[in-house]
Design a protein around this ligand. Sequence first.
Ligand SMILES: [Zn+2]
Length: 185
Amino acid sequence: MMVTTHAMVGVAVATSLVYTAPELALIGAFGALVGGVLPDVDLFVGTHRRTLHYPALYWVGTVPALGLAMVARTPATVAVGFVLLSAALHSSSDVLGAGEELRPWERTVDEAVYLHPAGRWLRARRIVRYDGAPEDLLLTVVFALPGTLLYNGSVRYVCLLCVLLATVYALFRKQVPEYLGRFVE
Ligand SMILES: [Zn+2]
């Protein structure tokens, strides 16, 4: 799935703070954004969907971090809690997408995300057929709605920017491998 989808899922969850802890809603949303994007940094360093994707281990950190954030409500505890939660949701939900390949619609690779404790790859479920597919764009739009409606200012603008970027990416998704090929040459 697109990184914008993961980022918007995180922000949608962070909107739970808007009414329960409004003074921490902004830091929670930014933590969720960071956590939603963070795993995909392994596109550039290490092995994608393995080096920074932890579909099991992020949860091991998320549960105590969110517990601590509830007991000791500070910007730092809430930020860490939402970074971990959003990274956990990202890593776990990547299994619903395609395998890790340049043209995922060709379906030649079944490895979706690495499950470190088991020492193996989880099989791609392809409920979202490939990143940037129409259903993936729909997910970005739907999950951007709570953040757009319940936040104002910077979080709202980031949500709208994600929808814009996701739309452009989805429109040109199938040309991306060609562009990359030229860039490498
Ligand atoms: Zn990912």
